[in-house]
Write a protein that binds this ligand. Structure first.
Ligand code: C2E
Ligand code: MG
Ligand code: MG
Ligand code: MG
Length: 287
């Protein structure tokens, strides 16, 4: 990458690419031990009922506090973790932390809406292919002492496109246990709608791109029709619809009018520490 320009001088052909390569190298060597060093942490983002504004749960989003680079988002290291296989132990860790957190929320808030708070945890396709998934999940729920209905596992639509029966079997087992399965980033893949019937999912998470197109009021009529169609289809198949990336009140209102059930986004709260959800759920329960 470095071009020799005579003598001891050299120029970087592409300084940005070089910086990226260095970063990648640093991440590759540091990642395998990051879990043991306790460098990962989880932020939680509330899921809010569009009808009454109550907090229904939260999505767990993993972060890496890298000793040199500071806080890194999952897009920076999840692909690497998938490539190296670390995603399996990392995913187990995220799952256990998250259900512990959910148990604490339920305990702290006792009866009322908070009683049924749920935790959404993302699963990568590698985790779905790992033969220990069902067993690990059962063990974690037992160890923590929570019912399976505390948990919703999110898989992207693209991870399940073309999934064969071998891949769907563990998912069906989890669904039969009472764990909710959500189809994440829905609408970005090929959206073979007929395929939906085959999948043991109970929630569609409409991708942020749809929410973005609801920025204008009134929104683009074609986008409105598409979302309306998805919601109608989802409800007719007994699936709940969650919307991602709600940043404005106008978006929330449009999506509520279109019949979406739950929303998530900066308009309600950014991903944050677990105490933040305590405050939100409590504010919700008392006022
Ligand atoms: P995702 O599951 O679709 O999560 C939603 C992403 O949208 C999160 O990004 C969240 O911070 C962001 N977001 C939430 N509200 C808004 C909003 O109003 N506006 C905008 N612009 N963005 C919003 P994040 O935390 O960077 O996570 C990115 C992806 O990384 C996640 O997408 C998920 O696929 C993956 N991921 C996160 N945690 C885990 C994990 O523990 N395991 C696995 N396998 N993947 C994870
Ligand atoms: Mg997700
Ligand atoms: Mg999503
Ligand atoms: Mg998304």
């Amino acid at each position: 990458r470095a071009k020799s320009a005579g003598g001891n001088r050299f120029e970087l052909a592409d300084p940005e690419a070089d910086a990226r390569a260095i970063t990648r190298h640093g991440l590759t060597t540091a990642l395998p031990t990051a879990l043991d060093r306790g460098e990962f942490f989880i932020e939680y983002q509330p899921l809010v009922h569009l009808g009454d504004g109550s907090v229904r749960g939260a999505e767990a989003l993993v972060r890496w506090l890298h000793p040199q680079y500071g806080v890194l988002g999952p897009d920076r290291f999840i692909p690497l973790a998938e490539h190296t296989g670390l995603i399996v132990p990392l995913g187990r860790w995220v799952l256990e932390q998250s259900v512990r957190q959910a148990r604490e929320w339920r305990e702290r808030h006792g009866a009322g809406a908070a009683d049924s708070l749920r935790i959404n945890v993302n699963l990568s396709p590698c985790q779905l292919r790992h033969p220990g998934l069902v067993q690990d999940t059962v063990e974690i729920l037992e160890r923590v002492g929570v019912q399976p209905d505390v948990l919703c596992l999110e898989l992207t639509e693209s991870a399940l496109i073309g999934a064969d029966d071998d891949l769907l079997k563990p998912l069906r087992r989890l669904a039969e246990m009472g764990i909710d399965i959500a189809l994440d980033d829905f609408g970005t893949g090929y959206s073979n709608l007929a395929n939906l019937r085959r999948l043991p999912v109970s929630v569609l998470k409409l991708d942020r791109s749809f929410t973005q197109s609801m920025q204008q009021f009134p929104a683009d009529p074609v986008d409105l029709k598409i979302v309306e169609g998805i919601v109608t289809l989802a409800h007719s198949l007994d699936l709940a619809v969650t919307v991602e990336g709600v940043e404005t009140g106008a978006q929330a209102e449009q999506l509520r009018l279109l019949g979406c059930d739950t929303a998530q986004g900066w308009y309600y709260a950014r991903p944050g520490p677990p105490e933040r959800l305590h405050e939100l759920a409590l504010a919700d329960a008392t006022g």
